[in-house]
Design a protein. Structure first.
Length: 294
């Protein structure tokens, strides 16, 4: 499935040369822009996905001025000293451009969830949410130039070439280090988090194993074995514990009858609820409640 960037902007003073040139890879979209600028050009930008903005070339005495608010002073962007910016998802950015006649830049948008799945590890949320504006890195610039050349190439190379360059650039900017080896057969951190979050949110209904397998891009058998290797219990046992935790909250919260709590937590009747509760907790719901309240 092609990844489509979700960008909103309000701009003026730009005239695109040759139209937008875009390449889509697995969870990454790269746009190459060549634009002529009026005496004043600029605008407001916000994207729903993280992105990288890399200034490749500009002509004129002025410099693009990058700001975090419409009335902020901002800072100049220069292709030699400060061509690169990493902008987190949903972060507002304003740009003012005067005395610049031409700009070439590369925009790289990426789906953080897709990239995480490809790398088999979760991207540090802090790295995703912290902006990095107007910096220089020779390796990132070199990768950006290669990506721009590939986008402009009328006879592009194999998709894996551009895909590898773009993925390497994202890894480099976010400084994603190699994760320590995990226990053989266990789930990656992003897979375990996604599965347990889903179970917690849906524990009151019957969760199909296929749903959990689809979330982690694994077969049912692979997921089931890896989940147990990671947690020490099968997915249905994890769900039952989540359901019983919810039942305990209800037991302590008010004086609902056991029949209501049984129905609310997905058990067929009070007898079923009591039987399962005793098996897992070691006592009946009524006794457990009495001891906790005492």
């Amino acid at each position: 499935m092609t990844f489509q960037p979700r960008m909103q902007n309000k701009i003026e003073g730009f005239s695109v040369i040759g139209g937008l040139r875009r390449r889509n890879w697995n969870g990454i979209a790269a746009d190459l822009w060549d634009v002529d600028c009026a005496a004043y050009a600029g605008g407001h930008y916000v994207a729903r996905d993280p992105r990288l903005f890399i200034l490749l070339d500009h002509r004129g005495r002025g410099r693009p001025n990058v700001k975090l608010s419409p009335r902020g002073r901002g800072a100049p962007q220069d292709r030699r000293d400060s061509p690169i910016s990493y902008i987190p998802a949903d972060m507002d950015l304003w740009v003012d451009i005067t005395e610049v006649q031409y700009v070439r830049h590369l925009d790289i948008h990426f789906d953080a969830d897709v990239v995480s799945r490809r790398l088999m590890e979760e991207i540090d949320p802090k790295k995703l949410s912290d902006p990095q504006l107007l910096f220089f890195d020779q390796r990132v610039v070199a990768l950006a130039e290669l990506i721009a050349a590939e986008i402009a190439n009328p006879d592009p190379l194999h998709d894996l070439y551009g895909d590898g360059l773009a993925l390497a650039l994202v890894i480099d900017v976010l400084k994603m280090m190699k994760a320590p080896s995990r226990k053989r057969g266990s789930l990656a951190s992003w897979q375990l988090r996604r599965a347990t979050d889903f179970i917690a949110e849906n524990c009151m209904r019957n969760i199909r194993l296929q749903e959990l397998a689809d979330l982690t891009s694994l077969s049912q058998s692979h997921f089931s074995h890896s989940f147990k290797a990671s947690t020490g219990m099968a997915p249905h046992e994890w769900q039952m514990n989540a359901r019983l935790d919810r039942a305990k909250e209800l037991l302590l919260a008010d004086d609902q009858p056991l029949t209501s709590i049984a129905a609310e937590t997905g058990f067929s009747d009070q007898a079923h609820f009591t039987r399962v509760f005793r098996k897992h907790v070691g006592t009946t719901p009524a006794r457990w409640k009495k001891v906790r309240r005492t």
